[in-house]
Design a binder for this molecule. Structure first.
Ligand code: UGA
Length: 451
């Protein structure tokens, strides 16, 4: 365990709270500042505004070393200040840095040496701009370090405490040493580099992960055309040590608060610098098309979707989180509704609200599949592993499962009396039930209320 420091966290969002909680766990004193009073009040009362396994317990365990405040002056006592604000995309696809600039505006003036550390994902060149802004404001006592986060939602506490690497990009070596020191107690390789390279490491890592996903999704689509099984293919490919097994799960495309926004930001960053990043453009386009492939799979079995009932199972962009940002379920639901289908949706934690306007939100899997012509696994929640049950088969109007995440075993699912369609896997003919007649044109379709 290294020396205990005083750490300020700017932004009580997901990155800020994971970062603050983990630094408190490592023995540092942490003050988390946010501009939203309700958020700070809730945190003070022990309520977390989102679902992240392990985080509530960690915040509770370290509550003597954690404070929450709206008062920016309290950050003046910190040795190191972590900027953990959101950087959403603008209309042009660039990262919106307005929250970063607001954070700078609120920096308390202090005589002591402080280090500003950027955790938020920002375009390359942001560090240089911040440094210039600090100098212009006469804040020559404030150093700057880029220390990007590599946390995956649902696993963030583990990722923080067991990282593959810690990236520290500094203008001044002593600032890098100080930030590296905060992590002593964590056994990980530290990559010390310049600020611009640290910023690019984060963007490139995410872009590469997305590239792997779009690549395996395209391989899956070819597998479907030629009769191979992408799960077997990914297993065989991933055993090559040069390639590795990670991020080779074919499915209905990536979503979330990071990949879609970061891919656009990197594409735009390249374009702003005069470079057309063709590969990344293709990765993004493949992902958009992948989300829609479920529709043609359903049409293949059900014909026109008008008036058909489709159960969407799992709504969050991935399991272990209630995050609905850029979730494929949103695109799927709106495409299905546009086709005139009735959408019944279920998730164990996510509350989609207006994002799934027009869909009927159900309390249980059985409720969602009751009377359904098809059940689509959209998010691979563990709760769905047992989907191919007698209870579900009997409840459905047609026992058709479209497994958008290749969660189920195709043979077992078929043996249980279901027609099964995965992603990039050999398909089955659907002959178990008689055809349902198409409703006449103009006939009313199912309920459209949201609950
Ligand atoms: C991602 C990165 O994994 C983190 O390293 C990074 O720090 C984070 O973005 C960020 O920039 O903040 P996250 O978006 O939380 O983390 O989740 P992932 O587990 O990476 O999944 C992203 C999406 O890819 C999900 O929709 C998931 O279903 C999809 N995915 C992932 C696949 O379709 N196939 C795979 O093989 C893996």
């Amino acid at each position: 365990m290294g020396e205990s420091k005083s750490i300020g966290i700017v932004g009580a969002g997901w990155v800020g709270l994971v970062t603050g909680g983990c630094f408190a766990e490592l023995g540092h004193d942490v003050v988390v500042r946010d501009v939203v009073p309700e958020k700070i009040e809730a945190l003070g009362a022990g309520r977390l505004p989102f679902h992240e396994p392990g985080l509530p317990g960690m915040l509770e365990r370290n509550r003597e070393r954690l404070r929450y405040t709206t008062d920016a002056d309290e950050l003046g006592r910190a040795d190191v200040l972590f900027i953990c604000v959101q950087t959403p995309p603008t209309y042009s696809g660039d990262a919106d840095l307005s929250y970063v600039w607001t954070a700078l505006d609120h920096l308390p003036r202090t005589e002591r040496r402080q280090i500003l550390v950027m955790k938020s994902t920002v375009p390359v060149g942001t560090g240089e701009k911040v440094r210039a802004a600090l100098e212009a404001r006469g804040l020559t006592n404030v150093g700057y370090v880029s220390n990007p986060e590599f946390l995956a939602e649902g696993n963030a506490v583990h990722d923080f405490l067991n990282p593959d690497r810690i990236v520290v990009g500094a203008f001044h070596a002593e600032d890098g040493v100080a930030v590296e020191g905060l992590y002593s107690g964590i056994d990980a390789q530290v990559v010390r580099t310049d600020v611009g390279s640290a910023e690019m490491i984060k963007l490139a890592a995410n872009a590469f992960l997305m590239t792997r996903i779009s690549f395996i999704n395209e391989i899956a689509n070819v597998c479907e055309a030629v009769g191979a099984d992408v799960v077997e293919v990914a297993r065989g490919v991933g055993l090559d040590r040069r390639l590795g097994p990670h991020f080779l799960r074919a499915g209905i495309g990536y979503g979330g608060s990071c990949f879609p926004k970061d891919s656009l930001a990197l594409k735009q960053l390249a374009s702003n610098s005069g470079y057309h990043f063709q590969l990344l453009s293709a990765v993004i386009e493949v992902n958009e098309l992948q989300k829609r492939r479920v529709i043609s799979k359903l049409q293949k079995h059900l014909g026109k979707l008008r008036g058909k009932k489709v159960a969407l199972l799992g709504l969050a962009f991935k399991p272990g989180t209630d995050d609905m940002r850029e979730a494929p379920s949103i695109v799927l639901a709106s495409r299905l509704l546009a086709e005139g289908a009735e959408v019944r949706a279920w998730d164990p934690v996510a509350q989609p609200g207006e994002l799934l306007k027009g869909a009927l939100i159900c309390d249980s899997v059985v409720d969602a599949v009751t009377g359904a012509d098809a059940a689509v696994i959209v998010t691979e929640w563990e709760e769905l592993r047992g989907l191919a049950s007698e209870q579900v088969r009997v409840a459905m109007a047609r026992p058709l499962i479209v497994d958008g995440r290749n969660l189920l075993d195709p043979d077992e699912t078929r043996a249980a009396g279901f027609a099964y369609e995965g992603i990039g896997r050999p398909t089955s003919e659907f002959a178990a039930l008689p055809e349902i007649p198409e409703p006449p044109e103009g006939a009313p379709v199912g309920p459209t209320e949201t609950s």
